[in-house]
Each structure stands twice: as structure tokens, then as C-alpha cells.
Design a binder for this molecule. Sequence first.
Ligand code: ADP
Ligand code: PHD
Length: 448
Amino acid sequence: MKVVKFGGSSLATGNQLEKVLQIVKEDKERRIVVVSAPGKRYEEDTKVTDLLIQCATAVLNGGSPSPYLEEVLARYASIAKELDLSSDIIANIKTDLLELIKNADDKDAFMEAMKASGEDNNAKLVAHFFKDRGLDAIYVSPKEAGLIVSDHPGNAQVLADSYDRLFALREQKNIIVFPGFFGYNESGEVVTFSRSGSDITGAILANGVKADLYENFTDVDAVYSVNPSIVKQPKEIKELTYREMRELSYAGFSVFHAEALIPAYRAGIPVQVRNTNNPSAPGTRIVASRSNTNGPVVGIANDKGFCSIYISKYLMNREVGFARKVLSILEEYHISYEHMPSGIDDLTIVLRQDQLTGKSEQEILARISDELHVDEIKVEHDLALIMLVGEGMRHNVGTNARASKALAEAGVNIEMINQGSSEVSMMFGVKETVVKKAVKAIYEEFFQ
Ligand SMILES: Nc1ncnc2c1ncn2[C@@H]1O[C@H](COP(=O)(O)OP(=O)(O)O)[C@@H](O)[C@H]1O
Ligand SMILES: N[C@@H](CC(=O)OP(=O)(O)O)C(=O)O
């Protein structure tokens, strides 16, 4: 049995849905189909999820939802029209959205329900389309399947006892069409995963039903060794380990959600990333272990929006609890950090910049400075992180030197280096303004 997930780009038009139908029809093992909301049809387009967020925001600000509602309905209606589906399906979506809009008293619950409706209504539309084309398909709601999640709006986590309930889906004779991106909390309210979280739903279902394979259909032939918006036609990756993919997706490979690997990994289910627009391409397979034939680096990911807090104090190494005290100040401001490279008398904390406001930044610096009597403290803004990832790094010497040399030759100043303790990744911090140049230089060093 296979669980198949189709992303928003695979479901953006009627023509895309025809491709999805063919893919599902051509393999009888494809029994559970997880769908996102309709995504972008072209670069400047808006995803249905973003339209729904705009709609809910308008309602919460006392404005009119009408223009956004019309746009959302027009997206579904154009798909239905292209596929020649009956108008009932659009009427039902309209009724659902109008009902949702009546319940805006609890702001969080309202926003969550509006966001989730994108996938929920799309799953109903896709199931209707499949049935119309003769497939024995059925829409299944996460509530009836028992997909229960933690109560963290926009950041839910699956609760472990969901898996046993989901196992029952194996018994279902029809093809199941299941909405991605959300589950229900223990009080029965909708809670969404983080953005792009339909990948997570697919992995949870694959684990629950103990699938043989989790296929993730998107709009690229493979996971590339670098973001294709930075390097044209980069090398395709044939095989990755779960650990490599997790590091890469966390560091910027948006093609697969970083949290979607854990459920598949725990159940030992291989993941195959494939292209809806070119289903005969083999794609990228993500597995527990792979033979190492490609050298030290398998992929280079990058992401912007970081800052670093540099702290220096003479004899920091002898001060028991220094780092803990710094981190507990950050904790009071609900700030999480990404990396913490350290030396004898200094340490740097790298964090996502959007967690700081001008005011909180000043307060944090003042508190660290006063309470820990540091010699120097400064913040560096607008940093990008570049992550080199590869299981082969452990067995190859000189990876760091090769990357540093490539950056030096490209005239890129390295702000910071951190070798992850996992030994499968190595991080370079550079100014955001030079990140593309830096990534290209490292790519050329390792792949060309
Ligand atoms: N290393 C990479 N390999 C492949 N695609 C990548 C990579 N890094 C970023 N991407 C982007 O991820 C996109 C696919 O992910 P996404 O837009 O979330 O698809 P979907 O709509 O299927 O969920 C690709 O179109 C590509 O622009
Ligand atoms: N539609 C949701 C969830 C999702 O997974 O979408 P996509 O498959 O288009 O990345 C979002 O935009 O966040």
C-alpha cells in the first residue's frame, strides 16, 4: 500500500487534477491520497491558503470578507468548470465558507478553521472528481479517522495514539482522499500544522497504515543538490538518508517539510519525491541508509533571516553555568536558537531574527551585559546560513577547507562556521547580500 501526497502546485488547475487522476489510476497500490489546497498556477499567483488567511484577517479586523471569498470560490469554480463537474460541489464549498465566517468570536479557532478549509474543501472536490471519472473514491475527514494533534495553532504535532486509530484506514476498500495540513485537538477543534504541512499529514498516514512507500508529488523532477532558483539545472539527488533530508529541509530545501520525515523514519517507510508533471522521472528516494558514492557533500541548503548575538568574557570557560544563564534569559522572551558555536572566552548564539523586536533586543542585550558582566556583546543582523550536508563528510577530510577556499576565492567573508555535532552537516554564516554568490561558489567546488 502506498500513501501519495499531492502538493498545491499539483492541484492548482483542472489540467493538473487530470494528471493526478492518471497517477492514482496507474498504480493500484496508491490507496491513500493526501491533498493540499490549490497552490500557485504561475509565479505571481496567490495560494488558496494565503487567500483564506487574508479573508480571515479581514473579518477579524472588522472588514468585509467578500472580495477574498469570491477569489477563493473562483479558484475552485474554475477547476470544477475545467473538469466539467456539477455546480453542487461549488455551492457546498460556498455554504461551508459562509458558515465558517459566522464563527469568528474565538480568533485563533476561527483562523485555524479558515486555513484548514482550503485542504478540506479541496479533498471533497478531488474525491468528487475521482468518483465522476469512475474511481471508487471517498473523502475521509481527519476527525473521523482520529488524527488528533496538540493544541498549538499553526504548529500542531500529532499525538502518538493517533497512529493506532489511523491503522484502521487499511481496511477501507475505496481510494481515500484525505485533506492535508490539519488535525483536531482533543476538544474537537481544527488545528493546523506549520505552513506546507500537508507533507506532514502524508507522513503520519504512511506511518499509521504502515505503508510500503510514501510518495510525495510536487513540481520538480527530484530534490536537487542546491535550490534551483540559485543554480540553473542543478544536479539531481537520487538517494538521501532521512537525516540528510531533515538537515537540508530544515536549512532551506522547501521541497519537503522538515517535520515530515520523523513519522516516516520511525516506521522505516521510504519516501519518494516525484514530479506530477513528469511522473516517469524516478525522483529522489529517502531511506535509512545509502551507499556513499558521491563524495562528502550531497546537498547545499541556504536560508535567510538570521542574526547572531556575540558575547565575549575573559575566563568564560571557567564560569560554571554561563551558557545556561544566557539561554534562560532568551527563554524568558520565548526565543529559540539555531546554533551556538563557542570558544574559550566567547560564544555566539544564532537565532531567527523575526523573534526579536527592537525593544526586546535592547532589553536582552542589557540583561546579558548587566547580569553576566560580559566584556563585549554585539548583534549582527541580516545573516544567511549555508548548510553543507552529506553522510560522506565523516569519512572525508578537508571538506571545511574546500568550502572555505571556495568562499575566499569568491571574495565572500565568512561571519561564522559551525560543524554540527551530527557530523553530517557543516554551517557557514554569511551576510544575506552575498548568499547567492557564496552558494554558487560552494556548489562549483563540490559538484562541477
Ligand atoms: N533543493 C531543492 N530541490 C528541489 N526543489 C527545491 C529545492 N529547494 C527549493 N525547492 C523548491 O521547492 C518547490 C516545491 O515545493 P513546494 O512549492 O512546496 O511544492 P508543492 O506545491 O508540491 O507542495 C520547487 O518548485 C522548488 O522551487
Ligand atoms: N496549503 C498549506 C499546506 C501545504 O502543504 O501546502 P503546499 O503543499 O502547497 O506546500 C500551505 O500553503 O501552507
